[in-house]
Structures are given as C-alpha cells and as structure tokens.
Design a protein around this ligand. Structure first.
Ligand code: SF4
Length: 256
C-alpha cells in the first residue's frame, strides 16, 4: 500500500497511516515467512498512529537479535544499539529530552537475559520509556539456544533433552516497583493492540511481553509443522484476564 496523501486548501498534506512510520522501501522485512516479529511491528505502528505520535518526537531503540532489527525499519530517529544495552540507551535519550516518546523493541534474550540488569534498575528508577519485549522463547538469530523465557522441558539447540531451568518471571520484576506490565500474544491481536496502546500512554516505565513464534529455530525443533500451528497454540494456551493483580502462567492481561 502506498503512502496516502490528501490535498487541503492548496497544500499537499500527508495523512498519517501506520505505514508512514516505516521505511516502505525496506519492506518486506528480511524476517522468515511466518515469523511473529512483523505482527509486532504493525501493532506498534498502529498504536503510534492511534495516539498521533509524530515521527519527529518519537525514537525507537533496539538491541541485538532478529527482533533487534526492528529499529531499522522505522522512518524516524532510531538506534540499533549493542547487545543487551537498549534500555540504558533509551534512558539516556529520554533523560536528555523528556518530550520524546522513547520506545524499545527488542527480544527476550536481549532485554531479560543479557540486558536483564538494566531492566531491574530502569524499573527501580521508573524511567518514562515503553519497552516492547518480543518473547519468542529462544535466541532465534543465532540458531535457537535457550533464552530467559524458554519453558522448562522445552527442547532447544542448547538443551536437546529439554530445558532444565524455569523461565524468568518478568511480571515479578516489573511488579516489584509498581511498573506497568502486560503479557499478551500475537494471536490475540486486539488484546496486544490494547496492551501496547495503554503502555504508550503510561507515565513511567512500561513493559509489554508479547509471546510470539520463531518457527525456524524453535517451532520446528518442538514438532510444530508451521507458524499457524504455533499461533493456534497461543489461542489454546492463554486466556485473557484483565481483572487481576497477578497473572497466572497461562493468563494474559495488564498489571498496573
Ligand atoms: S529465525 Fe526465528 S525469530 Fe529470527 S526471523 Fe526467523 S522466525 Fe523470526
């Protein structure tokens, strides 16, 4: 779809659609067919459009990994930072210019593993930034090693007999300092849209954990035939509960 333009009173005025936030010459993305990252990209752009975020006043920061490529697709100021350091880079930008909407889009390995220490302190400081965590349960770009959100027993490149460890409890980290926390999935598109839009409106640190699929380096190893089957597994596993102060393992919702 091309950018939409309308003529108003003799001037050509660009009408903002969610696609205007992206460098369309860089689409389609280089992500694998069936990867959930593109769904998250669209959700973020839609939320920006809904809240009338101007490209001039918005910055996107990513770390490293497949989802870390997100920053490069945005047609606004963006930083593809180094591994695990998206949060301090975003905090620095926000501290220099409080008027900016500062959004991080990165993976669970980057934000909760290598950059986990930064999340602890950003939460403690309640820095007013929005973190969108693409949680695909794996280090996708490097072949499918166990990540902080890998389920116990799940087979990965580094745990062929099943992951021995329990996954990180991101909810507990964010709740410890009363930060905004939401868990959702790419299957629950409208719910994910609400979680992201509300997080962008939140004053203070917000963290949205979006469960999504890596068919190439995770799903196939676990016996899924395709990305559709993985999407359906989110439908079967997760139930929406927006009336609780603690989400159970199989629940999605918003905790403020
Ligand atoms: S390897 Fe996985 S996470 Fe990376 S682009 Fe492919 S499907 Fe997506």
């Amino acid at each position: 779809m091309d950018k939409i333009e309308t003529i108003q009173e003799g001037y050509v005025t660009k009408v903002i659609t969610h696609l205007n936030y992206l460098k369309q010459e860089r689409l389609p993305t280089q992500w694998c067919p069936g990867c959930g990252n593109g769904i998250v990209l669209k959700l973020v752009c839609q939320a920006m459009e809904k809240l009338n975020f101007s490209q001039k006043d918005t910055v996107v920061v990513s770390g490293i990994g497949c989802s870390g490529r997100s920053a490069g697709f945005f047609d606004l100021d963006s930083v593809h930072s180094v591994h695990g350091r998206a949060i301090p880079v975003a905090e620095g930008i926000k501290n220099v210019n409080q008027a900016l909407n500062v959004i991080i889009i990165s993976g669970d390995g980057d934000l909760l593993g290598i950059g986990g220490n930064h999340l602890l302190h950003a939460s403690r400081r309640n820095t007013n930034i929005s973190i969108i965590c693409i949680a695909n349960s794996i280090y996708g770009m490097t072949g499918g090693q166990s990540s902080p959100t890998t389920e116990q027993g799940s087979r990965t490149l580094t745990a062929p007999e099943g992951n021995a460890d329990t996954p990180i409890d991101a909810q507990a980290i964010l709740k410890a300092h009363n930060s905004y926390y939401a868990r959702t999935t790419v299957f629950h598109f409208n719910h994910a849209d609400k979680c992201i839009t509300e997080s962008f409106k939140h004053e203070g640190l917000s963290f949205v954990e979006i469960r999504t699929q890596c068919i190439t380096n995770d799903g196939r190893r676990r016996g899924f035939k395709n990305a559709y089957e993985m999407l359906m597994s989110y439908k079967d596993t997760f139930k929406i509960n927006d009336n609780t102060d603690t989400l159970e393992h199989n629940e999605i919702g918003i905790i403020r």
